[in-house]
Every structure is written in C-alpha cells, then in structure tokens.
Design a protein around this ligand. Structure first.
Ligand SMILES: NC(=O)c1ccc[n+]([C@@H]2O[C@H](COP(=O)([O-])OP(=O)(O)OC[C@H]3O[C@@H](n4cnc5c(N)ncnc54)[C@H](O)[C@@H]3O)[C@@H](O)[C@H]2O)c1
Length: 244
C-alpha cells in the first residue's frame, strides 16, 4: 500500500473544530490539502475552516444526513481522498458514546466506501484511543466504544485493503485538549500538534496502528501475551486510585 499524496487531496475531518481535529486540519491544509471541517460547534468549525482555508460543514458527525453532506461536499471538490473520523466524546452516557465514538465511524465508512471502491482508492483514519487497545479505568463507556471503533477499523481494513482502501487507527494516550481535564495521563500528555505530526508521517505510509505514544505498542504486546497478568496490573492501578 502506497502513502497518500496530501498535496491537493480532499480531506474531511469530523470534530475538526478543536483539539486533535483542529491540529489535523491545520497540518493537512499546511501540506496543501483541501479540508472540509465538521464539528458539532458551528463557531469552532467556522474558525478552523477560516484559518485552514477550508470549507465549514457543521453538525453532528453521528447524524446520517450530516455524514452524507460531508461526503457530498468532498465529492464536489473532486472526491474524498481522506476521511478522518475524529469526533469523539469521553461521556459516561452509553448512548452518546456509542453514537459518536462508533456509529459515526460506521456511517462515514458506509457513505464514502462506494466512491472509493469505484475509484479503487481511499483512506480512512479512525481516531480511536489507546483505550481501544488497552482500557481506561473509570470509564467503561469510553473503553468499550473505543474497542468497538478499533474493531470496526480492523474489519474495514481486512475487508477492503485489496480494493485500494487504506484504513488506519490513531490510538493516542493523553493529549492536551479540552477532553483531557485531569487524571493520571496528564503528565505524559502530548500536544495535539504532535499527534497531527505523527498522523502526517503515518499518511506517508500505510501502517494500521498510528501511535503518538510508542510505549502503547509495548503495553498492547504485554496485554496480548498474558491477559491475566495485564488485568491484575490494571486492577492494582485501580486499587491504588481508590486508596488515593
Ligand atoms: N485528548 C485525549 O487525551 C485523547 C486521547 C485519545 C484519543 N482521543 C480521541 O481523539 C478524538 C478528538 O478528541 P480531542 O482530544 O481532540 O477532544 P476535544 O474535545 O478537544 O475535541 C473534540 C471535538 O469534537 C467535537 N464533537 C464532539 N461531538 C461531536 C459530534 N457528535 N459531531 C461532531 N463533532 C463533535 C467537539 O465539539 C470538539 O471540537 C476523540 O475521538 C477522542 O476520543 C483523545
């Protein structure tokens, strides 16, 4: 699988009004891409689109009508080359977490795939989380929906790789955005710009896992090698958190 030539490419970014999505829009535009910026906050999407010289298309990324409009706009610009399913919530509300963290990715893939299969190329970047490879203590809805988003991305890649569709899963740990309001990940948190730089390098290739925190690969390996030991260590961390 070849890398994506970002110059002149059309990229759709959901949740592009802030945090990682806004940094992605800036980097993509800086590299010559035309960016369609989506966010549930119209003001935020407008501000990022203005500074990226892109197009603002606000709305809920889990709304089928909004997703259809995003893909239609990208096609109008010449064809969606990259869809960044990036919007996400860390809510404890299972329904909201399911809709934004998983269903939005499913809808995006369903809307854009017919175009990509016809052209024989396309790239889907799913913003998942290290929580999708490991877990996030204290938030079952986030952990489970991010696992589901990763499973969906794996399924897409396994099903469509031979038809020119490249799927990548971005799995950061802590990132200094509005989402990261506290907790144990703050110390090691990286900036959204660092994450966007990692993505830009990953777009030049085709590796499935995009890991701004390389240590996550080792945690993932340990979890797979000995799940009981890994879960015992996680429970130890939980007990430490409970005892303050
Ligand atoms: N910040 C972290 O530590 C971290 C770590 C791992 C993964 N992530 C993931 O990265 C992605 C971006 O998160 P962030 O840290 O930049 O958070 P953020 O809160 O700074 O930005 C998320 C953006 O998504 C928008 N949004 C929320 N729901 C939406 C919806 N239904 N439709 C459209 N837009 C919506 C918000 O308005 C916001 O602008 C999320 O999927 C998140 O789960 C974040």
């Amino acid at each position: 699988m070849a890398g994506l030539d970002v110059r002149g490419a059309v990229a759709v970014v959901t949740g592009g009004g802030g945090g990682i999505g806004a940094a992605l829009c800036a980097r993509l535009a800086g590299a010559g891409a035309r960016v369609v910026v989506n966010d549930s906050s119209a003001d935020a999407a407008e501000a990022v689109a203005a500074s990226a010289g892109g197009i603002c298309l606000p709305g809920d990324a889990a709304d089928p009508g909004v997703v259809a409009a995003l893909v239609a706009e990208g096609e109008r610009l010449g064809g969606v080359d990259l869809f960044c399913a990036n919007a996400g919530v860390i809510s404890q509300d299972w329904d909201l977490a399911w809709r934004v963290n998983v269903l939005a990715h499913v809808l995006a893939a369903e809307a854009v795939l017919p175009h990509w299969l016809e052209r024989g190329r396309g790239r889907f970047l799913a913003t998942v989380s290290a929580a999708g490879l490991l877990t996030l203590l204290g938030n079952p809805a986030y952990s489970a929906t991010k696992h589901a988003a990763l499973a969906h991305a794996e399924w897409l890649r396994a099903t469509y790789a031979h038809r020119g569709v490249t799927v990548q899963a971005l799995c950061p740990q802590g990132v200094r955005t509005a989402m990261l309001t506290g907790g144990p990940l703050v110390e090691s948190a990286v900036t959204p710009e660092f994450v966007a730089d990692t993505v830009m390098a990953a777009l030049d290739g085709a590796g499935f896992l995009v890991l701004p925190h390389p240590e996550v690969a080792e945690y993932h390996r340990r979890r797979a090698a000995d799940p009981d030991r890994w879960l015992a260590a996680m429970n130890k961390a939980q007990r430490a958190a409970e005892s303050g």
